[in-house]
Design a protein. Structure first.
Length: 535
């Protein structure tokens, strides 16, 4: 109805307005047939419809154009807003970066000022100022992570500086006071380092994992007890422990490298009691132990490599009493035990490799009394026992392998009295007993002890009071009895095997109780026939 009404309105608008009513003209009607008026009306109708359609289309186009314009304006506004936001974000980020850079620059400037001030204090002539410098450098190291290593290096460098010896008793009092003050500063440096290496140090202030360089430093005391060295490199190379007590008690060497190569222990005490070597490498190679007491009592070696290769034990005491060698490697290859005492009494060898290969025992006292060799490997391969005393009295060999293969016994006293060979393998293969005295008054309870290829040519070797129990084997095959004295007097043969059937030479046969050679007890296997001895 609405469309029809609109069409009629358009038709009425398109039709000419009627004039004043006139009488119909007969002549006009006669010239225009009726359908012409109909066509005229339809023409007007079509014109109206077209006009309507055009108007409607125009309105629609206008609305569409308006919508598109609005959408474009919205998109443009959104894009403009995004660009403004991006620009604002960039500007803000730039300002933040600039502010951070400015702050960092200012922070660095302040740190540098603190560093310069602390360094000046540390180099001051007055000991009180130097003490302040030590604490200032340490405090700066805690705050300045980026340069913490530099601050630590400065403190270590102070310890490496030339350190005059203690003045003689008749020196002026001010000399003594100056030396004591300098000593206190040095010990404060050591305590400060210790405090930053202990396990209870806050993580942000811990110096664990940083390098410590004490190369060539002189130590006359200092406390590093309880410190944990768990990364980085700690270097004591060519340092000298001259006097006083340097305390590493209960310290932990968990990883990294601790280098004491070429270090001289000339006096005083170095205390490593209860220390744990749990990983990494500790190097004493070429060290000189010549008068001090070095104490490893109760230390635990459980995964690290500890190297004493070519070290010299010339005097003093080195104590490994009750130490535990649970894993890892302890290397004393080529070490020289010239005098003094090295004590492994009560030590537990339960999984590690301990190497004395090529070591020279030429005057010292080395004590393994009551030690336990439960597993792992202990090697005295090609070692030389030229003088001095080596004690294994009361030791227990209950597993693992202990090598004396190729060792030379040429003047020392080596004592296995009351030792127990319970299992495992102990080898004196190709060893030479040329002089000195070796006592095997031990209990051979099980396991195997090899003397195959050994040469007895001048020393006194006692198996007196030894017990050869069931399940044990002592093998002398290919051994040479060429001189000296080998005694089995008062030995007990309780079922174990002592095999001498295939000895290489019987020139000076071992001594047995009366009747043993004619009626050997069970387990004693002698050559058949027994060769004649050489006068």
């Amino acid at each position: 109805m609405t469309i029809l009404a609109s069409l009629l309105d358009l038709v009425s608008l398109a039709s000419p307005s009627p004039a004043v009513s006139q009488a119909p003209s007969p002549s006009a009607d006669s010239g225009n047939p009726p359908w012409a008026a109909i066509f005229a009306g339809l023409g007007g109708l079509f014109v109206g419809v077209g006009a309507y359609s055009a108007a409607r289309h125009s309105a629609r186009s206008q609305r569409q154009s308006a919508r598109e314009t609005l959408t474009q304006e919205r998109a443009h506004a959104k894009q403009t807003l995004a660009q403004e936001r991006t620009q604002a974000k960039r500007t803000l980020e730039h300002e933040r970066t600039r502010a951070k850079r400015t702050l960092e620059h200012e922070r660095t400037r302040l740190f540098n000022e603190r560093f310069n001030t602390a360094a000046e204090l540390l180099g001051h002539g007055e000991s009180a100022c130097r003490l302040g410098g030590v604490h200032a450098i340490a405090g700066l190291a805690d705050d300045w992570t980026d340069r913490r290593q530099t601050c630590i290096d400065v403190l270590c460098a102070y310890l490496r500086m030339p350190y005059p010896p203690q003045p003689l008793d008749d020196a002026p009092a001010d000399k003594h006071l100056g030396w004591q003050a300098n000593r206190e500063v040095r010990h404060t440096v050591i305590r400060t380092i210790r405090d930053h290496l202990r396990p209870n140090t806050p993580s942000g202030a811990s110096w664990s994992g940083y390098d410590l360089d004490f190369t060539g430093a002189v130590f006359d005391g200092g406390d590093l007890s309880g410190a944990k060295f768990s990364g980085g490199t700690v270097n004591f190379a060519d340092a000298t422990f001259a006097s006083g007590t340097v305390n590493f008690a209960d310290a932990t060497f968990a990883s990294g490298t601790v280098n004491l190569a070429g270090t001289t222990f000339a006096g005083g005490t170095v205390n490593l009691a209860g220390t744990t070597f749990a990983g990494g490498t500790v190097n004493f190679a070429g060290g000189m132990f010549s008068g001090s007491t070095v104490n490893f009592a109760g230390a635990t070696f459980s995964g690290s490599t500890v190297n004493f290769a070519d070290a010299t034990f010339a005097s003093g005491t080195v104590n490994f009493a009750d130490a535990t060698f649970a894993s890892g490697t302890v290397n004393l290859a080529g070490a020289t035990f010239a005098s003094g005492t090295v004590n492994f009494a009560g030590g537990m060898f339960s999984g590690s490799t301990v190497n004395f290969a090529g070591a020279k025992f030429s005057g010292s006292r080395v004590n393994f009394a009551d030690a336990t060799f439960a597993s792992g490997e202990v090697s005295f391969l090609d070692a030389t026992f030229a003088s001095g005393t080596v004690y294994f009295a009361g030791a227990t060999f209950s597993g693992g392998t202990v090598y004396f293969a190729g060792a030379t016994f040429s003047g020392s006293t080596v004592n296995f009295a009351d030792a127990t060979f319970a299992s495992g393998r102990v080898s004196f293969l190709d060893a030479t007993f040329a002089s000195g005295r070796v006592n095997f008054g031990a209990t051979f309870a099980s396991g195997t002890v090899y003397f195959a290829g050994a040469t007895f040519s001048g020393s006194t070797v006692y198996f007196a009071d030894a017990t050869f129990a069931r399940n044990s084997t002592v093998n002398f095959n290919s051994a040479t009895f060429a001189g000296g004295r080998v005694s089995f007097l008062d030995a007990r043969f309780d079922g174990g095997v002592v095999d001498m059937r295939y000895v290489a030479a019987w020139w000076r046969p071992p001594l047995f109780d009366d009747g043993v050679l004619t009626a050997p007890p069970a387990g004693l296997l002698l050559p058949d026939p027994i060769p004649e001895s050489t006068p």
